[in-house]
Every structure is written in C-alpha cells, then in structure tokens.
Design a protein. Structure first.
Length: 317
C-alpha cells in the first residue's frame, strides 16, 4: 500500500491583532475628534493616535473597539529604536454615527476647497486708466514724401500689377488702385516739399534770432547791473549811516529816511527846537522828527501846527 506525504502549510495570520489586554487609560471619544482625525469606513476603521500622531487601526469594532498595538516610530526603520505607543490597546468609544461622520467629512472637504479657491483678502488698488479717444478724435501725423516713397516701393515689390507683369485684356500694363493712389500722393507731396522746407528753415532762423536777442538782452542787463552796482552800494551805505549830530536812543529806531543830512548837520546836538507858531519846545532833532515836526518857510513847526498849512509848504527835516 502506497503512502502519501502531505506538505506542511503555514497557518494564515490574522489581519488584526486579537488580544484580551486592555489599556488602563480612559477611553477615547470619537465625538471629540474631528472628521479628518477618524475614519469610520466599514472594514477600514482607523483613528489618528493623539499620542504618536500616526494612523492606527481599530479592532473589535462590534464588541470592544480598541487601538491595535503599534509603535511610535516605524518598526522597519533601522536608524531608530521602536517603542510601543502608550495608546496601545486603548479603548475608543464610537459614539458618532456613520452618516453623521460622512456628512461632516463632506462639509469640511467642500469648505476647504472653497477657502483654497478664494482670492486673497488684500485689496490692491487698480491703476486709473484714461479713456481712449474716439476714432474721430485721433489726429494722424502727416506723412512726408520720403515715407510715401518707401511705402510705394514696398507695395511695388509685392504687387504684380505695379511691377508690370500683369496686363489687361488689351495688353496694357496698368497699376492697381492702391499703387496709383500711392504714386499720386508721392508726386503731390514731392511738389509741396520745397514749401515745407522753406517753412522749416524760416522757423529755424526765427528761433536762432530769438536766442541771440535773448542772450544779448541777458548780457546787457548783467553789464548794466555791474555798472550801477557801486552807486547802489554807496546808496546802501548812506542809508544805513547815522547822520552827524544825531544821538541814538534806546527803543524803536527813528526813520532816518526822512532826515536831510546837511540840514541835520547844521543843527547842534544839544540845541532845542521851538515851534514858530505855538512856541512849544522839543529837546532834540531826533525827538522832533519822531513827533512829526516839519519846516515851513525854513522854520520849525510842530506836527499840530504844521497841519494848519498846505501840504506843499511843509518840508521834512
């Protein structure tokens, strides 16, 4: 009797860890987590672990849902030492309905898409643009004979009729309407070119003449000021000089422009002035000038008495 040998096969491992160990930490509440921190899709329940900040599967959903044992760092990374997370086998209370979670997740997705598509809140002022003029308000710049000649040559190189290669029924070579119009315009501007050149030369001559006259007037004015400058400086010195026999007093300055230098020099410094009409006395010439005294027929009069005489008879000191 022949014997058959059976090859040993490995037992299929469970997809999720099954254990009776429960963490003593208080249970997590699904209602306290946002819709983006938990996944309640049937058969794919995951939660964002608040301790290690990694997505962790949930086992025992139908009986006692807990977080499966997991590490704080990837186990397959040779550069790090894996450590068991403190939330291993921690219970979680699924107190959020699947429909409520799906509606909340969809609302947050739409809201995030709307926010990302918004424009920035900073308002930038738009530059103020002026209104473009109407076509009837545009003023074309006048063309010169040289510009029309270049346009005619360019058109002649492209047009067969203007080159003389195209003929009509009678065998005559005639230019096209555009070429004929450009040729007529060129001849008309060519006849007007001497007049335009004469006008340009006239304005250029007038401009040069104006510049010469202006430069001559400026140099003549500077020469005139240089000639009278000594006399002006002498007049300024005489205006600032104190007349002989005048005593400066404290207080506001006496207007010396009303004094006649040779008349003030004839008056003694300590002499008194006497009004010829009313006989009032004034201590000095400076005080008399400040009080409005005048000379009438070369005789001193006070201000009150001088007003009795005509203005043409009054002479200032």
């Amino acid at each position: 009797m022949a014997t058959t040998t059976v090859e040993p096969t490995a037992r299929k491992r469970r997809r999720k860890t099954r254990t009776k160990n429960i963490s003593p930490l208080p249970a997590l509440l699904a209602s306290e987590l946002t819709a983006s921190q938990i996944d309640l899709t049937p058969g794919k329940e995951h939660v964002f672990c608040p301790a290690c900040e990694n997505w962790t599967p949930i086992t025992g959903v139908l009986s006692t849902p807990v977080l499966v044992p997991h590490h704080t760092t990837p186990y397959h990374d040779p550069t790090t030492t894996p450590r068991r997370c403190s939330n291993t086998n921690r219970r979680i209370t699924l107190d959020t309905a699947l429909d409520t979670w799906q509606a909340d997740l969809a609302e947050r997705t739409v809201a995030s898409a709307t926010v990302s598509s918004r424009r920035p809140t900073k308002v930038l002022p738009k530059p103020r643009t002026h209104a473009a003029p109407a076509a009837s308000q545009l003023k074309p710049s006048p063309l010169g004979a040289e510009q029309v000649r270049r346009m005619f040559r360019q058109h002649q190189e492209q047009c067969l009729a203007c080159k003389g290669e195209a003929t009509d029924r009678t065998g005559q070579t005639l230019p096209c309407p555009d070429g004929e119009r450009l040729a007529v315009t060129f001849l008309r501007l060519l006849r007007q070119e001497p007049k335009r050149q004469a006008v340009r030369e006239f304005f250029a001559r007038e401009r040069r003449r104006f510049d010469r006259e202006y430069a001559g007037a400026v140099s003549k004015g500077e020469a005139g000021w240089a000639a009278v400058l000594p006399a002006v400086q002498n007049a300024d010195q005489l205006r600032r000089a104190v007349p002989q026999g005048v005593r400066l007093a404290e207080g506001p300055e006496v207007p010396l422009d009303r004094l006649v230098l040779h008349q003030a020099a004839e008056q003694p410094e300590s002499g008194q002035l006497k009004c010829e009409y009313c006989g009032v006395l004034e201590s000095s010439l400076v005080d008399a000038v400040a009080a409005g005294w005048c000379r009438i027929t070369h005789r001193p009069h006070c201000g009150r008495c001088a007003d009795r005489f005509p203005a043409w008879t009054r002479t200032s000191f």
